[in-house]
Structure formats: structure tokens, C-alpha cells
Ligand binder design. Sequence first.
Ligand SMILES: [Zn+2]
Length: 268
Amino acid sequence: MNPTEKKESAADQGQRCELKCPHCGGEFEAFLVEVVDASRFPELKSRLLRNELNRVTCPQCDYMFLVESELLYRDPERRLMIYLMPGAGERWREAEKIVKSLLVNYLAEFGGSAEPLPEVQLVFSRTELIERIFILDKGYDLLAIEYIKYLIYTRNAGKVNPRSKQLLFNAEDSDERALWFVIQDIPTRRLEGVLKFEHKAYRAICETFREEPHTRMLRSLFSGPVINARLRVLSDEESDREDDARGPEGGPQSPESGSAGEGERSPG
Ligand SMILES: [Zn+2]
């Protein structure tokens, strides 16, 4: 059989794994999906969006739980791959290695094509992955949405503390009048409130960022593969602290903190 003509099914998109029930500690095997290809397996995508993908039931105590495991979401039409690494942003450093290996695998699979390589994005939670897919599917500008979150974190300091609260964009309930953001408490995962942002202001931000030097500023603020306003604010704070510790005679300002400073200015 020609391996390139191998017929794929949803069962090829993952593997059987040993799991441990968080409720009774019993061990069992279950099939976990590892790749969701939005065009070839739309049913996997809808299960992911309904939060049903990799939801398993313990055969010993019937406890149902979601398995947080690594997942690759592929959207070939958008030339985009989103890799989910459950856990926290502290695994940022692994990001570059993963992106490289994903692109090497991609070349091995679709090699020889002269088309440009897909874009790779990294997310650190299933919630973020689902949020990201809705943003893209509903046609919102991802960078503009993250920029609005950045403004909320940096200007409403205290109200939305990036250390303990996460802002999620609710693409489903947003319309041409208003964009809605949900505030989630990170330790408890409780949804604690909503914030409204005028759609008019969102359009103005999109408009502004279409022109230089704003385009360049936005791209340097979220240069990828991690496009996440919260982690960006936290890493800016981290580098500010390092600069303070070094004192005024310290090394040159990194270009990172320079661009973040610009980010606090209102566009237009
Ligand atoms: Zn159990």
C-alpha cells in the first residue's frame, strides 16, 4: 500500500492511553484524540467546541472527567495550526522547540509543496483553544482582541489583575453593537463578571492597526507563537522588575519592553 494514500479515519487522530481516575484512583485505558483537523474531521472539531472531546468515564466509579492532554488543532484553509500545551505559561520556553518540530512534521507530511508554511500558535488551556477557534471562525481580528484585553489589564489595574484573573472573549454573544469579555478567576475557574467594549471602538482599533507604524507595534506586542495579552502583561512586569533590580546603570532596554510601552498608548 502506498503510505501517502493511507486512508485516515478519526481513529487515526489519537491513541489509547493509560489513565487514572481523579475520583477513585482506578486505572483504565481510553482513546484520546491528539489531532483535530477542522476540514477533514469536522465532527472532532464540534466535539472540541462542545467541550466533549477527550471526556472519559471511569469504568469503576462512573466519574466523568475531561483529560487535559496535548492537542494539535489544524485549520488547513487558514494555513494555521494551534497547539494546546495544557499547564501554564511557564512552559513558554518549550514553545520554540515545539513550533520547530511541528513545522518539520508538516514538511514531512505535505513536503514538496511550494506553498508557504502554516502559522503556528500556542495556547495553554482548552478554554483558550476554544476561545481562539471562535474568534477566528466568527471573523474577529485576533490581535485587536488581544490588544483590547491588554488595555483592560494595564488600565484597569486592580480590577482585572492578570496574576489571578483571566479575560476571555465571548465571540458568541458579541455582535455589531458590543464585544463581551468574561472575567474568570484562575484558581477557582469561576466566572466572576463581564465587561463590555463598544464595537465602534474595536473597529477603530482595527482601522488604526492597518497603518504603520501601528501595524509593526501590534506585531511586536504579540509576535507569536504565543498570542496572549495576559502572559504578555506578566512578562512585561517581569522584565520591568529585572530592569529595576539592575538599577539605572543596568544594561540597555530590551526592544520587548520598548514596544510594550508603546502598547499602552491609545491607538489613534
Ligand atoms: Zn473512578
